[in-house]
Design a protein around this ligand. Structure first.
Ligand code: BG6
Length: 465
């Protein structure tokens, strides 16, 4: 029996340094990365020495005070392989290296541009490196539309079974996102309320205060619709709107999620403007933050959207005509990811309309803090009058979890992939259904000729009419 090795392609990249190596190190520290599993950074350029030097810096903050030796132990099991992803003979060298070490390819993480996914798995296959237990994690985006996504998936599927293919959406690894399932299906009080009879609207917001951060080249070919809505936003709406699954298995949950995507109402050309707006950040009002087109790595004047708001509808029995307002953007006033369930007002307001404005809402905040808040109306303590005030019932999740929350979603997902648990990974049909909806929004948008609205960096962004 050879030992399964972990190969991280794109080992020197930004995502690897910010998220993937810290996740691997944390898993190593808590014993979730098997001692027998060697880790290799794979990249076209670099060396083991250079990788180790960089990891010593990047992981410094993660080193446990009570076990400082863990970093060197981790580096001792971390090697480096120089490999040009498109060069078949480099894979033969990799195969020889693993064979000499008594290892085989267990898990591969492709933190690479998606057009390389199919060539890489084909090259691994040609070098006899795909074993029955080999699993491959594919980083997003998988394509830039349905056609390109299908082409990539077909190429990957020519070598790998669906059970070996792990499409990552890091939002699914976030505690607060998984908690949506717990909240909805672990409590009986919400289910009778979770429908169009009681709920007036649902707002799902992923607001970011940061700009493009050196990723202009990638982002300009993507835009907010493809970078955030196609994946993270549609995962959130699926979890909020899905029917109860028959059990908690990965297939049962994914079967229900895809039905939400199938029920998303199409956006026609005449809906654009009323149901879809695109925005792009301009310089901040105080001139401190540059506009999207003035970012230092901007290549040319561009109309790519850094903000999108969509009024979506899930056309099924439960959600008839309930608007789901999806909103995401870069360089907004603050970082905030939340789902707000807005309940209908009482049918006969005994106490006047005005007091009710901020009440009747369930707010599930996911970032920067994790909290669940139920905003209700309460009597203002006052012996002379009967008036109401909105108050919040708060559940601060990190307190409820005794501070045990870990904030790297990737850590959870890599751990699951090591254990061959696909629950929190995206199925191919789910991915393609999501692209189909995004493609028709894109097409409607283009045909509409509507302008991309500009908003000052650091502002709230434009609003749907
Ligand atoms: C990524 C996007 O998938 O998610 C980025 O490519 C975005 O543009 C990021 O900034 C947001 O993730 P998080 O976890 O910070 O909300």
């Amino acid at each position: 029996m050879t030992a399964p090795a972990f190969l991280l392609f794109g080992a020197n990249g930004d995502l690897a340094m910010r998220m993937l190596w810290p996740s691997l190190f944390r898993l190593f520290n808590d014993g979730s990365l098997p001692e027998s599993m060697p880790v290799y950074g794979v990249s076209r350029s670099g060396s083991e020495q250079a990788l180790h030097a960089q990891l010593r810096q990047v992981l410094a903050e993660e080193v446990p005070a009570q076990a400082p030796e863990r970093l060197e132990q981790f580096l001792a099991k971390t090697g480096f392989i120089t490999l040009d992803a498109g060069n078949g003979s480099d894979y033969a060298v990799l195969a020889q290296h693993l064979a000499d070490a008594g290892q085989h390819v267990g898990l591969v993480y492709l933190s690479m541009p998606p057009d390389l996914f199919a060539p890489i798995v084909a090259n691994l296959h040609a070098a006899n490196l795909i074993a029955p237990d080999t699993r491959v994690i594919l980083e997003k985006p998988i394509g830039k539309d349905l056609a390109s996504s299908r082409a990539i998936s077909d190429g990957v599927a020519a070598v790998l079974a669906e059970e070996q293919t792990y499409r990552i959406d890091h939002y699914l690894g976030k505690e607060a996102v998984q908690n949506l399932l717990a909240l909805r299906f672990g409590n009986s009080i919400f289910e009778p309320l979770w429908n169009s009879h009681t709920i007036q609207s649902v707002q799902i917001t992923i607001a970011e205060s940061l700009g493009i951060g050196g990723r202009w080249g990638y982002y300009d070919n993507s835009g907010a619709l493809r970078d955030m809505v196609q994946n993270h936003m549609l995962q959130l709406i699926s979890l909020v709107a899905m029917e109860p699954p028959v059990n908690a298995s990965s297939e049962a949950i994914r079967n229900e999620k895809i039905k939400v995507l199938q029920a998303l109402r199409a956006v026609s050309v005449s809906d654009v403007g009323a149901r879809v707006i695109f925005g792009q950040y301009a310089a901040s009002e105080d001139g401190q933050m540059p506009g999207y087109n003035q970012e230092s790595d901007a290549l040319h004047p561009s109309q790519t959207e850094t903000f999108v708001a969509i009024k979506a509808f899930v056309d099924n029995w439960r959600w008839k005509d309930v608007p789901f307002i999806l909103k995401t953007g870069k360089r907004l006033a603050e970082k905030n990811t939340e789902v707000v369930i807005e309940f209908k007002p009482v049918p006969h307001p005994l106490f006047g309309e005005a007091e009710g404005r901020c009440a009747n809402r369930l707010v599930i905040q996911m970032q920067p803090d994790e909290a669940i808040t139920l905003d209700i109306l309460n009597k203002t303590p006052d012996v002379h009058a009967f008036s109401l005030q909105p108050v919040s019932l708060n559940l601060e999740i990190h307190e409820a979890g005794n501070g045990k929350i870990r904030h790297i979603a990737y850590e959870r997902l890599i751990r699951d992939a090591i254990k061959a648990d696909r629950t929190l990974f995206v199925r191919r049909d789910e991915l393609e259904q999501a692209w189909a909806w995004i493609d028709q929004i894109h097409a409607a948008w283009k045909s509409s000729g509507n302008a991309v609205l500009t908003y000052p960096a650091g502002s709230a962004g434009p609003s749907l009419p």
